[in-house]
Structures are given as structure tokens and as C-alpha cells.
Design a protein around this ligand. Structure first.
Ligand SMILES: [Zn+2]
Length: 98
């Protein structure tokens, strides 16, 4: 398999490109709620980060408003941040999970 065909996305925090499935996906659902999408299966516009540090950078720079095409609720982002904070292994397990 040609690795250049593997889908990549840039991280909203550090802007580095990485394999899509190695990143944490944050999605805006049809109802407008912004939530974590650990299985990369939810429909909606997505933003990607490598981990908690990049999530916080993107949060501070309001990158999610841009990436998700509209203002994102601070409460939604705070709760995502708390989940990532208490599950720091998430990023690594998604890297290894595929
Ligand atoms: Zn990053």
C-alpha cells in the first residue's frame, strides 16, 4: 500500500500533518453540539488535534471556531478538555489502535 494515500489532517494546535486516524477528532454534530469523536464515525464537520496540549493551544487561539465554521460553545470545549485531561492515554491508544 502506498502510504502517501493514507488520509492526513493537520492538527488545529501545532498545524503539523499527521495520519488522520492518529489524531483526536472533535466534531460539530447536526444539532450544533461540539463533542469528541474518538471512533471518527460521527457525521459533521471535524477538527483534529494531536493531544491535550494541542487541544489547549487551539482552544486559546479560537481555532475551533474557524475549523468548525462557527462559534463553538465554551462549555462544550471545556468538557472536551476535561475528558482529555483525565484520559491522557486517549491520543496514544488511538495511535496504536489501528
Ligand atoms: Zn498538534
Amino acid at each position: 500500500m502506498n502510504p502517501s494515500l493514507a488520509p492526513t489532517r493537520s492538527c488545529a494546535g501545532c498545524n503539523l500533518r499527521a495520519l488522520k486516524h492518529s489524531l483526536i477528532r472533535i466534531v460539530r454534530t447536526k444539532s450544533g453540539e461540539v463533542t469528541l469523536d474518538l471512533d471518527h464515525k460521527k457525521f459533521g464537520r471535524g477538527a483534529y488535534v494531536c493531544g491535550i496540549e494541542c487541544f489547549q493551544i487551539a482552544f486559546k487561539k479560537n481555532k475551533f471556531d474557524y475549523k468548525l465554521r462557527g462559534q463553538v460553545s465554551r462549555e462544550d470545549l471545556n468538557s472536551i478538555g476535561q475528558i482529555l485531561e483525565s484520559n491522557r492515554h486517549i491520543a496514544h491508544s488511538t495511535v496504536l489502535g489501528d
